[in-house]
Ligand binder design. Sequence first.
Ligand SMILES: *Cc1c(COP(=O)(O)O)cnc(C)c1O
Length: 343
Amino acid sequence: MSSAELYINLTNICSNWSALNSLSNGSAGAVVKANAYGLGIKEVGISLAKAGARDFFVAIAEEGVELRRAIGHGPKIYVFSGHMVGDTSLLKNFNLIPLINSAEQLAFHAENSADQSIGIQLDTGMNRLGMEGAEFEAIKDIILKLNPDLIISHLACADEPSHPMNEKQLNYFNAITDNIDCKKSLAATGGILLGKRYHFDMTRPGIGLYGGNPYSGSKNVVGLKLPVIQIRSVLPDETVGYSNTWTAKKITKVATVSSGYADGIFRCLSDKAMLYHDQIPCNIIGRISMDLIGVDVSNCGENPDHLWLLNDIQSIDVLADDANTIGYEILTALGQRYNRSYI
Ligand SMILES: *Cc1c(COP(=O)(O)O)cnc(C)c1O
């Protein structure tokens, strides 16, 4: 079999959630948008609901439908994009709570689903989603009559604890929601680490559940094991891979493993990242191809029959640094060809 194996540790996801829930002043929800950051919204959702998560967040209504089908009734599911045209029957039939982002969305909701619960998303400076302060003030009375379930906003710079934007957004959120008797939520993973003033009634961790920075206390969640298809000896001055970007200086044992940039192993990792034979690091050599990668296994002693790209030594953030990106992108890019094992 030459399909690579992606191991997803649901036990560690649940233990990361419990740790973040304990760190939170109120309770922690769970952000499972983008197929639970690429790891499987069904499997992750079911495990977290069993572990005690009662509030889930998705990006779009369709994700909420998939989650509701998996976890059944009980937990609340909030939709960041709010109530869009075409969402009405999904929100109603699957009991999803739209986080209303504008006066326009509120009017649309009132016309189509007046009796359905809503939450409110406020923009406190990120200028991405949510009502701005003035817009909120103008329709606040109407909103409060609807008895919103939750009021949220999102921090732009929470991964940089000393960034002045954090305090600025906190103060603004406090100012516009002061005296409102409703559950509030401001902090994602980074915000939880900023301290209790940022927590309000509910936190919304995503990446921290899946083993990524900035939550350095999180347990690793993914392992990625790539099968070796072929091993050869390459002589001095011979080259490996497309465009001859790597030339052997000495006799080198080269393994070709199954997987490539079509599986989310970014081509910019060529000549940078390592694969691991147990604890032994092995350099990627030459260009990463669509489905194949060349690896120097000269130091391995025996011929390995597989090598690890993600493990406890090389986490998603180590790989992200090599690729000049963030762990979030490494996770959500993980391809669909892997054989997925949930442990
Ligand atoms: C993605 C997202 C989160 C989760 O963020 P993490 O950094 O992954 O913890 C929380 N809230 C909103 C609005 C988001 O878009």
